[in-house]
Design a protein around this ligand. Structure first.
Ligand code: PGA
Length: 242
């Protein structure tokens, strides 16, 4: 695993942007695996600013997202579809028809997972962006998720519900289930870029880099990925020599 320690969130976002830009420059029709959450927002701002300044075009890019809540329609401002449009997709020249995310209101969630797995096979990702949870989760793969699982329905843990509650008016509004790519789908990406920011991620980052490869810390599977880059700020890197 390649490790980059950034002095602050700004530098983390800049370094992540440089990697993302290089992927699209090398392959203008790249498939980008994208992520939601607080951590990638700075990266997305830089992608938008660069695009608006006449930089990188995303006209031929395809995107696939990691996960989506069950029960939220795309126009719900807490859905991940909405988040992606609001933070990135509506502000660059990507064709929205080429941007994909699980359908959290599909009538048959099992069929929806199968559809998404087939889509991921059709669109091999050149890069998969990830955040990391304080408990070491990646996407909505909580501790205990089998490493060989593909897109599936998950019951969110109390910890994750509590973490996400900051985005909702009331904790009881936070959905209890989600659709998420599994660790196997994540490992299938050609390159993985994982971002970690803040002291509450330090233990998970330690496990990601130095811990045992165990389903109890889903991110630890990335130790086995041939091309994984971790960018951590100093606080998140505190236990790995940041
Ligand atoms: P965050 O979430 O970027 O909002 O910290 C990361 C995650 O839980 O995967």
């Amino acid at each position: 695993m390649k490790i980059i320690i950034a002095k602050d969130y700004e530098e983390l976002s800049e370094k992540a942007f440089e990697i993302m830009r290089a992927v699209v420059k090398e392959k203008p029709d790249a498939v980008l695996g994208l992520a939601t959450g607080g951590t990638p927002v700075g990266l997305y701002k830089k992608m938008v600013a660069d695009y608006l300044a006449g930089g990188t075009s995303y006209r031929r890019v395809r995107t696939v997202n990691l996960d989506e809540y069950v029960g939220l329609t795309p126009d719900n401002d807490q859905s991940y579809r909405y988040f992606m449009r609001d933070n990135l997709l509506d502000h660059i020249d990507v064709d929205l028809a080429n941007t994909h995310i699980e359908n959290g209101v599909a009538p048959d969630l099992t069929a929806e997972c199968a559809r998404y797995n087939a889509l991921l096979r059709e669109l091999p990702r050149d890069i998969q962006l990830l955040g990391i949870g304080a408990n070491g989760h990646i996407a909505f793969n909580e501790p205990g998720t089998p490493f060989n699982s593909e897109t599936h329905v998950v019951d969110l843990t109390e910890n994750t519900i509590a973490m996400n509650a900051r985005f909702f008016a009331d904790e009881k509004d936070v959905p209890r289930r989600a659709l998420t790519m599994g660790p196997k789908n994540i490992m299938d990406a050609k390159k993985v870029l994982i971002l970690a920011c803040g002291a509450n991620k330090a233990e998970a980052v330690f496990g990601l880099v130095n811990g045992a490869v165990t389903e109890q810390l889903p991110a630890s599977i990335l130790q086995k990925h041939a091309d994984c880059v971790l960018i951590a700020d100093r606080e998140a890197a505190a236990l790995i020599g940041g």
